[in-house]
Design a protein around this ligand. Structure first.
Ligand code: COA
Length: 538
């Protein structure tokens, strides 16, 4: 296989300026991650210690096999929402290795408002379950939650994708034969009681863990009965009398030990087999991506230079190199796994869309996972291109992306605008995982373009009414808020806060994150869908 020869001059001014800019962006990301992980009130930390509970991070650390990675999902979910205090949307979710088995972990953080469930917390829990279902990963729930965050109950309770969906999904996951194990390490109140109830096996911690449909305050209000949480739903009651729980744990570490034993006891899951190669590091330092990616989205960069720093040995067999040059397609390996990569090198034209369609078909037939590196401003527009049928050619690519049955993985590596987001496997196209770089931007179109469109529409409306065009001041009144909104809502942090992605990653970690994602995906059969595509409009 050919090797990508880099053309990057690491001594050039441009490289150095880009490198410096990306370093600052990644430093910001690291400090945001630290805040989300560690910033908790002294009061909440004190409550945890007083109850002899471990922190959510310590629980996960004990659960995972030593020195194995934790692929965390959406650590910055809900950033900037709810007074900026509900870090990670109130729970920690991720994929890790327990007794040699990849599992999905879902853990409430009791130091954030008693582990209560906020609207974005529900969204994150549903994403966690979707990942587990698609990739057939056993789920371990570490529950410690006061249930619905009551002031926002209308946003967490009634709708199709609200709290009830979590328990509905548990029933489906159970039907699919995917193991679900719950450790009750705090309260499981009201709806929350259904998480252990709908799991295969329940470990219950003495004194601190309790399961009940109505907590002591509600019981007192409803019936006048005065009862403690432990009497109402503690480990002794549920392990000895009701049979709701299956294993009695003395404390948090003991509960984690039992969960590990349960996982060890699961039948072996045969992972999907691909034609693996011995993994090799890329020839070039992945950190050089910092200097390659332009500090301004408008300035293009060669996606091959990024590919060279992600794939094994920087080896890449480029497909149709001389045709449809604004989309780079080709085969490589990442950590030994075969992949078909599609990376943007400009706007999508008819030829690049057709090339993508053919390439995706080949990968799908050969069961080769697809990796999309998005840096896309959209499909080409204009009369000449419409007359050549860009819409029907773009549609073929979108159709192929949507219906390909191999696992797909998307990295937002710059711009993600318009239908380009769809063709390059945006969130709506169900990539198994979608990772974001901190410099990326997303939107129907750029803010300036959107503002111009609205001004044109308004001026045409005025012309129809026989009125003069807008003044500069009126134009400003339309443009400024649209551009402001695009700046705020188009950036990576807004995206990740809203769970439009699975997390923002350091671009230098892209190779490792993709490797872990592919490995997780192989827990499911590589093609468990109806194979084949829809109708391609010719
Ligand atoms: N909705 C909104 N806020 C809640 C809440 C809920 N369901 N449950 C707890 N909180 C808040 C508390 O008001 C407190 O806020 P503050 O830090 O601003 O004062 C914070 O979460 C921590 O609660 P606290 O009781 O001080 O901590 P704790 O560790 O002693 O107990 C719980 C935590 C969850 C066990 C306890 O608060 C509780 O029993 N909550 C009610 C549970 C319930 O009945 N839920 C029904 C909802 S379906």
């Amino acid at each position: 296989m050919g090797i990508i020869e880099t053309k990057i001059d690491t001594q050039s001014d441009e490289y150095k300026k880009n490198y410096e800019a990306m370093t600052a962006i990644v430093d910001d990301l690291k400090s945001e991650m630290k805040i989300a992980r560690d910033k908790r009130s002294e009061k909440a930390k004190g409550r945890l210690a007083a109850q002899n509970k471990l922190s959510v991070r310590k629980r996960i650390e004990l659960l995972l096999d030593k020195n194995t990675p934790f692929l965390e999902i959406a650590p910055l979910a809900a950033k900037g929402m709810y007074d900026s205090k509900v870090h990670g949307a109130g729970n920690v979710v991720g994929i890790g290795m327990v007794c040699g088995r990849e599992v999905m972990i879902h853990a409430n953080d009791p130091t954030i408002k008693g582990g209560t469930v906020y609207p974005m917390g529900v969204k994150k829990s549903l994403r966690c379950q979707a990942i587990a279902m698609e990739n057939r990963l056993p789920i371990i729930y570490l529950i410690d939650s006061g249930g619905a965050f009551l002031p926002l109950q209308s946003e967490v309770f009634p709708d199709i994708d609200d709290g009830g969906r979590i328990f509905y999904n548990q029933a489906l996951i159970s039907k699919m034969g995917i193991p679900q194990i719950t450790a009750v390490m705090g309260l499981c109140t009201a709806g929350g009681a259904y998480i252990p109830a709908m799991s295969d096996e329940v470990v219950h911690v003495k004194k601190t863990g309790a399961i009940f449909l109505g907590g002591p305050p509600l019981v007192k209000a409803a019936t006048g009965e005065v009862v403690s949480a432990d009497e109402l739903g503690g480990a002794d009651l549920h392990c000895r009398e009701s049979g709701v729980s299956d294993y009695y744990a003395e404390d948090d570490p003991h509960a984690i030990e039992i969960v590990r034993d349960i996982v060890r006891n699961l039948p072996v899951n045969e992972k999907s087999q691909l034609s693996l190669k011995k993994p090799d590091a890329p020839l070039y330092d992945p950190k050089e991506i910092y200097g390659i990616v332009s500090r301004e989205l408008k300035i293009p960069y060669d996606t091959r230079e990024v590919i060279a720093r992600i794939v094994d040995g920087s080896e890449f067999l480029e497909f149709k190199e001389l045709f449809g040059s604004t989309l780079v397609c080709g085969w490589s390996h990442i950590h030994g796994y075969p992949v078909g990569i599609l990376g943007n090198n400009g706007i999508l034209f008819s030829d690049s869309a057709l090339k993508a369609t053919q390439f995706i078909q080949i990968c799908d037939k050969r069961k080769i996972p697809l990796v999309f590196l998005q840096n896309i401003n959209g499909y080409i527009i204009g009369k000449a291109y419409e007359s050549r049928g860009i819409t029907k050619d773009g549609h073929k690519m979108v159709n192929a992306v949507a219906t390909a049955t191999v696992p797909k993985f998307t990295v937002m590596a710059g711009a993600s605008f318009g239908a380009g987001n769809y063709g390059m496997c945006g969130r709506a196209y169900s990539p198994r995982f979608l990772w974001n770089w901190p410099n990326s931007e997303i939107g129907v179109m750029g803010g300036e373009q959107a503002a111009d469109v609205l001004c044109t529409v308004k001026n045409e409306q005025l012309a129809r009414e026989g009125k003069p065009n807008m003044t500069d001041e009126e134009i400003g009144m339309i443009k400024v808020p649209v551009m402001e909104a695009a700046r705020k809502e188009g950036n990576a942090y807004y995206s990740t806060a809203n769970l439009w992605d699975d997390g923002i990653i350091d671009p230098a970690d892209t190779r490792d994150v993709l490797g872990l994602s592919i490995s997780a995906a192989l827990n499911a059969p590589i093609r468990d869908d109806v194979a084949g595509f829809g109708i391609f409009r010719m």
